[in-house]
Design a binder for this molecule. Structure first.
Ligand SMILES: Cc1ncc(COP(=O)(O)O)c(C=O)c1O
Length: 392
């Protein structure tokens, strides 16, 4: 018998679209996919070279500390300090390296949640959060923004959903799937509110470097890392350095908390692959122009997607300012086509015009579709032409 814990994990709502897209491709159909959650760029060559060199280092062929290679932990700490204000605030003891940011989130929930705990999740949310909260016996409480649907919630929105069992708040800015970014004022207000209530803040900053508005990005880490011992920052190399397949992420937090995460990691996975860690070290310590180049390409594509979506009737878009996603509200456009939910719309777009998108149902916000703009300008144009022809 399969355990209740695992059998209650819901299959991803993207699976139906994925499976159909693969079937069509297998029949040589030209599918334009806006479904990818990863950069389309190759990992920059100097990072790959560092990994190649690591494969020839015999020391890298053995187990290494479960917390991560000491030099990588140190580099993560230094990079984080630079992000905040350049002052040496946290050290390697505040960092645990994990198999991608996803495992960091798994380990964080494992470390803080008791059965019955409630976790506040701004809507729309990345699909993994509620599944992992549920896996550890917690209850995910969706928190919509009541003033601007799809935006990150205000303190009032959060206050409307908090209760005696609330343990934590997940904060993802820039957000997947909306591309929403919280400004300095909102970030501070939410941080102060959560701190006063003694809530854990799980700040997922994986899209931190992919940010298109002028000025620095406001982060929870800048406010409470260190300082608030229940602030946990999630980060990694996957998105900013085009390294999704390398599987290196990390948790930053209070040293005692990090020791607990490492204890779990030591039984769950031992260390993250050393070669991948060497690559991540090269990413953090090498030239950062590679990130700037990718950000420039994403910024251009973002403008293209916004311009084109604006011309499609019956569709409205909260301007994304970070990440590489747009999340338009297509309720009206779908209705005009006689389709009453976005899961069906996604399947229709795939079958009728061969475009793959992820339906809002996957993110707790039906009526929307997520379009990733991590594909070439030409493919974006071709895909949006098809969507416009179908919905327009
Ligand atoms: C919000 C968010 N957090 C974390 C992750 C996981 O990143 P990683 O590939 O490093 O596990 C993703 C990946 O899609 C994401 O969108």
């Amino acid at each position: 018998m399969i355990s209740t814990r695992v059998s209650t994990i819901r299959p991803s709502a993207t699976l139906a679209v994925d499976a159909r897209a693969k079937e069509l491709r297998g029949q040589d159909v030209d599918v334009v996919s806006f479904a990818a959650g990863e950069p389309d760029f190759a990992t920059p060559p100097h990072i790959v070279d560092a990994a190649a060199a690591a494969t020839r280092d015999a020391g890298m062929h053995k187990y290494s500390p479960a917390a991560g290679l000491p030099e990588l932990r140190q580099a993560v700490a230094e990079e984080s300090n630079t992000t905040v204000d350049g002052v040496a605030r946290i050290g390697a003891e505040n960092v645990a390296v994990t198999n991608g940011a996803k495992q960091a989130i798994f380990s964080v929930f494992a470390t803080i949640l008791e059965p019955g705990d409630e976790v506040l999740l701004p809507v729309p949310f990345w699909t993994t959060y509620p599944e992992l909260v549920g896996f550890f016996g917690g209850t995910a409480i969706p928190v919509p923004s009541r003033s601007v649907p799809g935006d990150l919630p205000s303190v009032d929105d959060l206050e409307a959903c908090v209760g005696p069992r609330t343990k934590a708040l997940v904060w993802c800015s820039p957000a997947n799937p909306s591309g929403a970014v919280a400004d300095e004022q909102r970030t501070r207000a939410v941080f102060d509110w959560a701190e006063q209530r003694g809530l854990w803040i799980v700040s997922d900053e994986i899209y931190r470097k992919l940010h298109y508005a002028p000025g620095p990005l406001a982060t929870m880490r800048a406010l409470g890392c260190p300082g608030y011992e229940r602030l946990v920052v999630i980060d990694g190399v996957s998105k900013a350095y085009a390294m999704t397949g390398w599987r290196v992420g990390w948790v930053i937090g209070d040293a005692e908390f990090v020791r607990c995460v490492v204890r779990l990691q030591s039984h769950m996975a031992s260390n993250v692959g050393n070669v991948a860690q060497a690559a991540a070290l090269a990413a953090l310590t090498g030239p950062q122009g590679v990130v700037d180049d990718m950000v420039a390409a994403f910024a251009r594509r973002r403008a293209l997607v916004i311009d084109r979506l604006d011309t499609i009737g019956g569709l409205s878009l909260l301007r994304p300012t970070g990440g590489f996603y747009a999340f338009p509200d297509v309720t009206e456009a779908a209705r005009l086509r006689g389709i009453d939910n976005t899961r069906d719309l996604a399947l229709r777009l795939l079958d009728d015009v061969n475009v793959a998108v992820v339906p809002g149902e996957a993110f707790g916000m039906p009526g929307h579709i997520r379009l990733s703009y991590a594909l070439s300008d030409e493919r974006i144009e071709a895909g949006l032409d098809r969507i416009a022809a179908y919905l327009g």
